[in-house]
Design a protein around this ligand. Structure first.
Ligand code: GCB
Length: 647
């Protein structure tokens, strides 16, 4: 696509804030426990894309009724992975329409025979619309590509002697419409001198490839029929005590008892409680600190919840353990405070993107990325432009990497995208994001959109509503959206807690003129601050560099130009960061794939690492800078040790 007052949260989140959720039920990450088992369904699935003219043959022939191989040829498709880059069939690369996945599974006997066991099918994500059949029975539908969904399938598996054999069929459609998030449009090209009959293309309004498929894990897990459905935790600090507020919901029984225990990292009991809600007090609590802000960052406690419930089949117990980080987040006129101390975001924007697997979740890639983040000295990233896999956020909790959690509100560029149906959908998506990610200490702010057309009146109302809804869902965190509008024209900025602004001086404007950056960036910051008196994050800046391209004096697309552009930005960021600029996030961590266009060379090359995670010159520059910021910023006696540990 290329270019084109201080608010302070009470230290204690209100106990009942989860009540604002309209969604039914919780979406706890499926963890094993003495009462819960998991069966991963990752690996090879059978796959077929429906290339028929109207893309509906699969429904007309009811492919879900029988094993997929019986209705035609299938491919082996790895899960999790995007399907696009796997095959040698070019038609699959930018296929738009329905694709079909199928997997046969044998269940442990106990799961099918023990009626006090509840069996749940959970899909980590399916981009963008999914219909799920279990043994041919229509079981579940979900819209939205980057969030989990699940169904209780006990009734389907506990029905007879053959029930331990399960066939799961998932049809996924990657078509984006004006009311999906992200939105998109289908354009039929009707000039038959140029295009065959029925020819269409999908237009997207964002700058990353619309990878699709089962891109995160699919699994089955069990709970007892009466179980812990959801847990909501908010934390606070009072003198030297940590406060953990919890709220628990239960399903499957009205007659139950709940016991709650908070253990430290050495498994020592720190506090306990009972009932569906309460507050645990931890004297001398160790706080959750971001990476490089404390010698022992990312300290996690464990909240052990034990349910004993009466059911028609007798008493059952359920156990769930949730990692908890005790920390506070506050925003003033000019600062972003974590645990009462000014926090400066020095980090990156990322994408879930890699060779071959596309947006498919991959442990080696994830661990490599975190090693690179730590090598850089980055303390934060934004989940541009959609919520990342839950395992990513778990790593952030454990490593102390602070997250601005963004929903897939990207590409809201056309006036027709700001309608009531889209608004309702956007609010529902925020409910799903908050429901999934609310308990991660690493998540310190919600971003409801990236670069919407926020100069439009209709966008102003729309953003106001989405932001208000998100704040009602979670009053414990600030809310923002990322803008590239002019400060004077932006209709959404009055509603955010932190101004997040993207700019590409000397790249998309005045390209080649690095000498203009300092003037233009200074003006940008001063105008925004004068107008709003809110802290500002430079949420994107950067330049494209094709690895190995060199030119001095620097020219565009060389490593030298990318480096020089960053250096010019850094001069101004250094002047402003002691005042009201509270963060800088480079665009982008790594090169990533985009749709094909004359302005993209095998994708977007603004990464400081290549797509294969090798450093460009800019990565070394950034590394030096981030470690320097650390030494200037922190005067604590631990700083030298922290630096030593990472040299
Ligand atoms: C932006 C977008 C990001 C693009 C980037 C670019 O402003 O937020 O999605 O990839 O610019 O490189 O054009």
């Amino acid at each position: 696509m290329a270019r084109r007052t201080a608010v302070a949260w009470a230290a204690l989140g209100p106990l009942l804030w989860g009540c604002a959720l309209a969604l039914q039920g919780g979406m706890l990450y499926p963890r094993e426990s003495p009462s819960r088992q998991r069966k991963e369904l990752d690996g090879l699935w059978s796959f077929r894309a429906d290339f028929s003219h109207n893309r509906r043959r699969g429904f007309e022939e009811q492919w879900y009724r029988r094993p997929l191989r019986e209705s035609g040829p299938t491919l082996d498709m790895p899960v999790p992975s995007s399907f696009n880059d796997i095959s040698q069939d070019w038609r699959l690369w930018d296929f738009v329409g329905w694709v079909w996945y199928e997997r046969e599974v044998i269940l442990p006997e106990r799961w099918t025979q023990d009626l006090s066991t509840r069996v749940v099918l959970r899909i980590g994500s399916a981009h963008a619309y999914a219909i799920v059949w279990v043994n041919g029975v229509d079981t579940l539908e979900h819209e939205g590509g980057y969030l989990p969904f699940e169904a209780d399938i006990s009734n389907l598996v506990q029905v007879g002697p053959l029930s331990s054999q399960l066939r799961i069929t998932i049809a996924i459609n990657n078509t984006l419409t004006p009311t999906t998030l992200p939105p998109g449009t289908i354009q039929y090209l009707t000039d038959t001198s140029k295009y065959p009959k029925g020819y269409f293309v999908q237009n997207v309004y964002f700058d990353f490839f619309n990878y699709a498929g089962l891109q995160r894990s699919v699994l089955l897990y069990t709970t007892p029929t009466a179980c812990i459905d959801d847990i909501t935790v908010t934390t606070g600090v009072e003198h030297d005590s940590g406060l953990v507020n919890y709220q628990i919901s239960v399903k499957g029984s009205n007659l139950f008892e709940l016991e709650v225990r908070l253990l430290d990292a050495e498994n020592k009991l720190m506090a306990n409680g009972t009932g569906t809600q309460g507050q645990l007090k931890v004297p001398g609590a160790r706080l959750w600190w971001p990476y490089l802000m404390h010698e022992r960052p990312a300290y996690l406690y464990s909240l052990e919840v034990r349910l004993t419930a009466q059911t028609s089949l007798g008493p059952v117990s359920d156990f769930y353990t949730l990692p908890v980080g005790i920390r506070t987040v506050n925003v003033t006129k000019s600062q972003f405070l974590i645990n009462g101390k000014p926090f400066y975001f020095h980090g990156v924007n990322k994408h879930e993107d890699a060779d071959i697997r596309g947006k498919g979740f991959d442990w080696p890639l994830l661990v490599k990325d975190f090693n690179l983040l730590r090598w850089l000295g980055a303390n934060a990233f934004r989940t541009s432009h959609y919520p990342y896999a839950e395992e990513v956020l778990q790593m952030c909790d454990r490593y102390g990497i602070v997250v601005i959690d963004e929903c897939p509100g990207v590409g809201l560029e056309l006036p027709q995208f700001f309608n009531n149906v889209s608004l309702q959908n956007h609010m529902r998506v925020m409910e799903e994001v908050v429901r999934r990610d609310k308990n991660h200490p690493a998540v310190v702010m919600w971003s409801v959109a990236n670069e919407p057309a926020s100069h439009l009146e209709s966008a102003g109302y729309y953003l106001k509503m989405v932001i208000a809804h998100t704040k009602a869902l979670d009053p414990s965190r600030p809310v923002t959206f990322v803008t590239r509008s002019n400060y004077a024209a932006d209709k959404g900025a009055p509603y955010v807690d932190v101004i997040c602004v993207n700019s590409y001086y000397s790249w998309y404007n005045d390209f080649g003129h690095l000498e203009l950056i300092q003037r233009q960036l200074t003006t940008q910051f001063e105008n925004w601050y004068k107008t709003y008196q809110k802290p500002i994050i430079q949420s994107e800046y950067g330049a494209e560099a094709i690895v190995g391209f060199h030119q001095d004096p620097p020219l565009m697309f060389t490593e030298e130009y990318q480096k020089s552009l960053l250096e010019q930005y850094h001069v101004v960021l250094d002047q402003k960061r002691r005042k009201y600029v509270v963060g800088e996030l480079i665009w982008n961590f790594a090169d990533f794939m985009t749709e094909q266009s004359p302005t993209r060379v095998l994708g977007n090359k603004k990464g400081v690492f290549t797509r294969q995670r090798q450093p460009k010159s800019a990565a070394f520059l950034l590394r030096e800078r981030y470690w320097k910021i650390l030494t200037c910023n922190i005067n604590s006696p631990e700083t030298p040790n922290m630096i030593k540990g990472h040299e």
